[in-house]
Design a protein around this ligand. Sequence first.
Ligand code: MTE
Length: 334
Amino acid sequence: MLIRIRRAWDQLREGEATPESVFLDRRRLMKLAMAGTALAVAGCDDAVSGDVSAAPGAASGATAAPDPSAHLYPAKRNEAFTLDRAVTDEQWASTYNNFYEFGTHKQIWAHADKLQVRPWEVVIDGMVAKPLRLAVDDLLSRVSLEERLYRHRCVEAWSMAVPWTGFPLRDLLAMAEPQAGARYVRFETFNNPDVASGQRQPFYPWPYVEGLTMEEAANDLAFMVTGVYGKPAAPQFGAPLRLALPWKYGFKSIKSIVRITLTDSRPVNFWQDLSPDEYGFWANVNPQVPHPRWSQAYERVLGTDDRRPTLLFNGYGEQVAGLYKGLENEALYM
Ligand code: MTE
């Protein structure tokens, strides 16, 4: 059993590749130990080489078969979504991925191409008038793609700036006609341990699940991503369909979605299920609220030497602060 626990005062080293931390609570560790499970706990602060020069074709989004949606890219940029910094170099963004289905290491780009992203269907069900099962290319023919430049902030205090292509989440939900009683949206990733070796680790609560309130899902910033850097998303980015929620910590931006369920009960997400003392439902970025083991006051801008002060809601407060009025008693920032 390998258990790696960092002390709160340990500093992340510059240039380390840092997937999301998983630090299991004591009770869960005991349970796992009693079950005799081999446990490899890897975190955002695990030291992994940040050498992106070694990355081959994965960085360019190359996949074996031509992507049937390639002609839709590049989409027109929506200039309403601008940045206060340079776009992160594509090599960095495409080789510095978190996708626990394919492991806890930083070679995700080399493993995720096992994921067949066609054919691919997404189901929208639950509290909707018109439940849907949509092939992703049919879906793409029903929406209007645009490019948006978004900041992307990991809970582990690194950040990127990414040109995502996609369409507003609310457009997708509208197709299924939400019922009045729906309060939350639950998202689910594929579950295929034959393809995704990480899903053979039984102590993780697969499949990866995330959730939003209906109000959050209707916000203009909530974006369904199908492409990045002007072309269809490569598998390591969460092809063919993922979320981008730039005011929240990165773990909320679930990849490779297969099911979207409208419900009246609050979903428990993947990280919250594993470590509820450290990860919650809301996960809004806030420099004043430290993670239990490290500060969120600053962020390291990947691919640069910049260390910047973290902004409340990652700088998107004007668009989203109103969503949280009256919810001050909730754990909004974990
Ligand atoms: N979605 C799934 N299905 N599995 C994951 O492990 N990791 C999350 C999120 N979405 C994850 C996921 C985390 S922790 C982060 S920080 C972002 O994806 C990383 O997105 P990126 O690799 O495109 O930077």
